[in-house]
Design a binder for this molecule. Structure first.
Ligand SMILES: NC(=O)c1ccc[n+]([C@@H]2O[C@H](COP(=O)([O-])OP(=O)(O)OC[C@H]3O[C@@H](n4cnc5c(N)ncnc54)[C@H](OP(=O)(O)O)[C@@H]3O)[C@@H](O)[C@H]2O)c1
Length: 245
């Protein structure tokens, strides 16, 4: 077991208010860790746990983000683990995207997560201890129709995670990337498609959360660089047309 695995961790989780990030938070709290969760709206969940500190923060506001992260570092100095799961899905043909819409998606899905890593990596390197787990996507493995900007944001995150992993290995800091396929969550609420209903046609947020715990509990001397987790069958259900393909 790693040094950290035996102790109570202090974990920063982005996207803690819903879906994958919320499931990770619940699992970490269940394992006795302290979680500082970032989201904009926590009314969707109720962890009622003294070890949970919800932080309302709009990660899309990049100009204010460095100062907000500095304040978090002062308030929670022991943070030793980052789980970066915040993100949104926005799909369409490129001409449907205004310039600002392109920027907003990349800023949230990639740049805000890179800023957070940037804020904590120096102290993790100094302490020669720390874990960073990025939640990427299968969209970061292969470009897909109507996914120009979303895929680009996830490809960027993947390149960042791979390079950071190389950079940090000799400093005792582990960096991993999980690329889930379609996960049944609020992610699809505003989209015109969703994963299939059958249990082998989607992942559950809990599946990703269990994988995160597994990675964190690995012996300190090893790291999972990247892992692709997908439902047994890929089925996309289009809401308007009601067809599966
Ligand atoms: N669902 C899938 O099929 C799937 C597949 C592969 C990868 N992923 C990735 O997994 C991650 C989580 O997705 P999910 O399925 O858990 O979706 P979700 O249930 O919609 O959760 C998204 C999370 O991101 C947070 N978030 C969104 N915009 C934010 C902002 N401006 N500032 C702060 N927090 C913000 C949300 O919090 P608030 O709403 O409270 O702000 C929420 O906690 C995303 O990065 C997504 O790209 C999802």
């Amino acid at each position: 077991m790693s040094v950290l695995a035996q102790e109570q961790r202090t974990v920063l989780v982005t996207g803690a208010s819903s879906g994958i990030g919320a499931a990770i938070t619940e699992k970490l709290l269940g394992a006795g860790h302290h979680v500082i969760g970032i989201g904009r709206d926590f009314s969707k969940i109720d962890f009622a746990n003294a070890c949970f500190s919800p932080i309302q923060l709009d990660l899309a506001d990049l100009d204010r983000l460095p100062k907000a992260l500095e304040a978090l570092q002062q308030r929670f100095p022991p943070i030793d683990t980052l789980i970066l799961a915040a993100g949104i899905g926005d799909f369409g043909c490129l001409e449907e995207f205004s310039y600002i819409r392109i920027r907003k998606l990349v800023e949230l899905n990639f740049l805000s997560q890179a800023y957070i890593a940037r804020a904590w990596i120096p102290r993790m390197k100094r302490r020669r201890q720390g874990d960073v787990i990025f939640i990427g996507s299968e969209a970061g493995l292969k470009g897909s129709r109507k996914g120009t900007v979303y895929c680009a944001s996830k490809f960027a995150l993947r390149g960042f995670a791979q390079a950071l992993r190389e950079e940090c290995g000799s400093c005792g800091v582990r960096v991993s990337l999980i690329n889930p396929g379609m996960v049944k969550s609020r992610f699809y609420e505003a989209l015109d498609f969703e994963p299939g209903e059958n249990e082998s046609q989607h992942l559950l947020p809990l599946d990703v959360a269990e994988l995160v715990l597994l990675l964190l509990n690995l012996r300190q001397g090893c790291v999972v660089d990247e892992i692709n987790l997908t439902p047994l069958q890929k089925v996309i259900h289009f809401k308007k047309r009601g067809k599966a393909k």
